[in-house]
Design a protein around this ligand. Structure first.
Ligand code: OFO
Length: 167
């Protein structure tokens, strides 16, 4: 495996692990604040990020690289509102998208079409997750401080169908 690309993929393992830890922390916050639907949503997101991380780990090791499992800093847990939770969600997804785009760029610079091909799955995944994060944040902006709106948001969050324009 091209060393520069291996380094970037290992960095991506860290970002996926961080996202997994962050979403688990957000699930905990929602759980203890009475938002059980939101908690379920983030428990699931956290598990998905772990899958993304493991997929990278296996890919690197199968391609004669060495996957490095990182230490992760304590994720943010000082949320005050649902809005802050979903702003953090969107920020996190936008950050990960930027890192993935950078890997795609470097793959092309190094003519590493294998990794480029592998990373297309992540490109599609990010499109979907960013769309989800944006849609949910937009709904919260409409709801504002309305408590019954928050109640309905929490009740319905796991039933929203987010259109994926990439499919
Ligand atoms: Fe790993 O899918 Fe978003 O961040």
């Amino acid at each position: 495996m091209i060393p520069e690309i291996e380094k970037l993929l290992n960095e991506q393992i860290t970002y996926e692990a961080k996202a997994s830890a962050q979403y688990l922390s957000m699930a905990c916050w929602a759980d203890v604040n009475g938002y059980n639907g939101v908690a379920d949503f983030f428990y699931t997101q956290s598990e998905e990020e772990r899958v993304h991380m493991t997929k990278l780990v296996k890919f690197i090791n199968e391609r004669s690289g060495i996957a490095v499992i990182p230490a992760i800093d304590k994720p943010r847990d000082d949320f005050k509102t649902l809005m802050e939770l979903f702003e953090t969600f969107l920020d996190s997804e936008e950050f990960v998208t930027a890192r993935i785009n950078n890997i795609i760029y470097e793959c092309l610079q190094h003519k590493d079409y294998n990794v480029h091909n592998f990373m297309q799955w992540y490109v599609a995944e990010q499109l979907e997750e960013e769309a989800t994060a944006r849609t949910l944040l937009d709904k919260l902006k409409i709801i504002g401080d309305d408590k019954s709106g928050h109640y309905l948001f929490d009740r319905d969050i796991n039933t929203f169908q987010i259109e994926d324009s990439a499919k």
